[in-house]
Design a protein around this ligand. Structure first.
Ligand code: F6P
Length: 334
């Protein structure tokens, strides 16, 4: 469980707004609930912003009460809705957003999202008189300053559930499947899913893989009596169609493979217990940090402890895939 820091509440915000931004992730709802319930506990007014920064810049926000977040802890998606807002890259637009908040008497904002959303959060805080706390909400788990992001565990389990089913048919037909999971820039989902489903191979954007080494691995499996069925987990990477192109290359090496793209199924569904607890704790802690006077930081979890990291660092550093874990995955294929 998490070690949660306690603070004096000597910098209580006037009112807090919350928004969810970027690709949604299972657990955003319990995070919203955590913020709302903790704010109300401290007697702070709380507002939900509709559709991320797109709603903020047009002042689309509503006051929330305890009933606004009843029966949402188990629901996937985000009751506040989400968006990727390109206009928020403009400092003038961010200034207008800050003015809208101030006009409504709101001095603090909690942003739940991935790296793009946290970049917007940092810039808003750095340029304007609004206190901002970021929470890591993305299935990708690629955020510096936290071991775990809201939604990652659910996405891994959703992919696993699908792959276990694919494994059944792969075994029945002695087929090889290339299963594509999400992760445009990072192989966290692919590595965790690959280990947990006993994949024959994992392909991630961080490491180049030669088609010959995949063929070698598959031939070695056959020689060891493991049969010719298998699952290769492929992170989608930057180039659309990567998995189909891998299948074509395998075909050229006389190895046929079926492609299965899991896609946005990984972003939906009821959050796991793990994600619900993580999100609830981070949401409530965001309010504690605001009350203690923090600004321009992300609240995450490191070694079981709730911690803060300056948003500037979160954005600049970026989290790398754990090399040792990937090496372990490679060892497990053999
Ligand atoms: O939210 C992160 C993510 O799920 C990535 O893994 C994926 O590449 C991307 O979003 C897809 O987003 P969209 O559907 O908005 O293009």
């Amino acid at each position: 469980m998490y070690q949660i820091p306690t603070f004096e509440c000597d910098n209580k915000p006037e009112a807090i707004a919350i928004l969810t931004s970027g690709g949604d992730s299972p657990g955003m709802n319990p995070a919203i609930r955590g913020v709302v319930r903790a704010a109300l506990h401290h007697g702070i007014k709380v507002y939900g912003v509709h559709k991320g920064y797109s709603g903020l810049i047009i002042g689309d926000l509503q006051e929330m009460n305890s009933a606004s977040v009843t029966n949402i802890v188990q629901r996937g998606g985000t009751i506040l809705k989400s968006d990727r807002c390109l206009a928020f890259k403009d400092p003038e637009v961010r200034y207008q957003a800050a003015e809208i908040l101030k006009e409504k008497g709101i001095d603090s904002l909690v942003v739940i999202g991935g790296d793009g959303s946290l970049t917007g959060a940092h810039l808003l805080a750095a340029e304007n008189d609004i206190r901002v706390i970021g929470l890591p909400g993305t299935i990708d788990n690629d955020i510096y300053g936290t071991d775990d992001t809201i939604g990652f565990d659910t996405a891994v389990n959703t992919a696993l559930d699908a792959i276990d089913k694919i494994r059944d048919t792969a075994l029945s037909h002695e087929s090889l499947f290339l299963v594509e999971v999400m992760g445009r820039n990072s192989g966290f989902i692919a590595t965790h899913v690959g280990i947990a489903c006993g994949a024959e191979m994992i392909v991630v954007p961080e490491y180049e893989v030669q088609i010959e080494s995949i063929c070698f691995q598959l031939a070695s499996n056959r020689e060891q009596g493991k049969g010719s069925s298998g699952i290769i987990v492929v992170a989608e990477g930057q180039t659309p169609g990567l998995t189909y192109s891998l299948a074509t290359q395998l075909k050229q090496h006389n190895q046929s493979a079926k492609v299965c793209i899991l896609g946005h199924i990984q972003r939906g569904g009821s959050p796991t217990g793990h994600d619900r607890v993580l999100a609830s704790c981070l949401g409530a802690s965001a309010v504690d940090y605001l009350c203690a006077g923090y600004n321009d930081v992300m609240i995450g979890v490191k070694n079981g402890q709730i911690v803060d990291t300056p948003l500037k660092q979160v954005i600049e550093k970026g989290k790398q895939l754990d090399e040792a874990l990937f090496e372990r995955a490679l060892l497990l294929h053999k």
